[in-house]
Design a protein around this ligand. Structure first.
Ligand SMILES: CC(C)=CCN(C(=O)N(C)[C@H]1CC[C@H](c2ccncc2)CC1)c1cccc(NC(=O)c2ccccc2)c1
Length: 275
């Protein structure tokens, strides 16, 4: 009786192109799906961001921003962030398997991961020659955010964007990395952890395979370090938002977009996001 051997992960890595096994085909399909989902929901194409990267704010325009009230500046940024998050929600919904998770888990993954994905995507809009980021139509240095009253957070966001730029991630690598950040089975309050873990493993295999093929295998360990920084940045962010809400509860209550409050405050249930 011939011993039946189930294809293991190892087989996946050593199988030859002639007879790709089912796991191989599944990973290929997921890889293509993640690339397509990223392309369709990346909010700005890299080409257009690059075309604009020397469009800087004039000194007068910077002054205007710096004279804005803290409330107005936070509200502007919150709107920019809410736009960006809506694209991330759409990205997640298009990843094969994400909509099969129970709604609780979809919400848990988005609450925990959407800002992290936005911060990774931000590196696409960062010009590391002059440390500026694309904001409201032009590229701006940290000084433009002075009136937010949290230059430490802004500086660490810029530092993070710069550190990601030095890795020269391709769009495919950004797509797979942001999928990996989102489909994280370690998130607290997941109800179907095993299901999330299965998809996470497949995204991880897809990513490792692309890195091996592009001879970028050293990248993954660097990206894991970035994930630790991402966590800190998000915690800093939530802290700042809480402090801001203490000072201006009405602003947050009346002017911040609903999606924003659902994602970053614990007192509302995240409903509008998934529909
Ligand atoms: C430095 C700074 C503040 C920048 C302003 N900003 C911003 O530029 N965003 C959202 C871009 C992020 C990247 C996005 C993108 C770029 C390339 N490809 C695809 C997508 C475009 C929008 C931003 C970024 C990350 C977080 C936040 N946070 C808030 O606004 C906030 C936090 C607490 C309370 C109220 C508001 C703001």
């Amino acid at each position: 009786m011939k011993e039946i051997r189930l294809p293991s992960v190892v087989d996946f890595y050593i199988s030859s192109p002639e007879q790709p096994n089912t796991m191989e085909l599944e990973i290929n399909k997921l890889t293509a799906n993640i690339f397509k989902s990223h392309r369709e929901t990346c909010q700005f194409r890299v080409e257009e961001l690059q075309a604009l990267q020397w469009k800087q704010f004039t000194r007068e325009e910077v002054m205007v921003y710096q004279c804005k009230s803290i409330e107005e500046m936070w509200e502007r940024c919150a709107c920019r962030l809410t736009d960006a998050i809506q694209y991330v929600v759409e990205f997640a919904k298009r990843i094969d398997g994400f909509m099969e998770f129970c709604q609780n888990d979809q919400i848990v993954l988005l609450k925990a991961g959407s800002l992290e994905v936005v911060l990774v995507r931000m590196s696409r809009a960062f010009n590391q020659e002059n440390n500026t980021v694309f904001f409201e139509g032009k590229y701006a240095g940290t000084e433009i955010f002075k009136s937010l009253g949290c230059m430490d957070l802004v500086t660490s966001m810029f530092d993070f964007a710069k550190s990601l730029c030095t890795l020269h991630l391709s769009e495919e690598e950004v797509a797979l990395f942001t999928a990996l950040v989102l489909i994280n089975s370690e998130r607290q309050w997941l109800q179907e952890k095993a299901k999330v873990e299965r998809l996470h493993t497949h995204v991880d295999m897809a990513f490792k395979r692309i890195l091996l093929r592009n001879r970028r295998d050293g990248l993954l360990s660097k990206l894991f370090q970035k994930m630790a920084v991402l966590k800190l940045l998000c915690a800093q962010h939530i802290e700042k938002l809480r402090a801001f809400r203490q000072l201006y509860p009405l602003i947050v209550h009346s002017l911040f977009p609903p999606l924003y409050k659902e994602l970053f405050t614990c007192d509302t249930d995240l409903q509008t996001v998934i529909e």
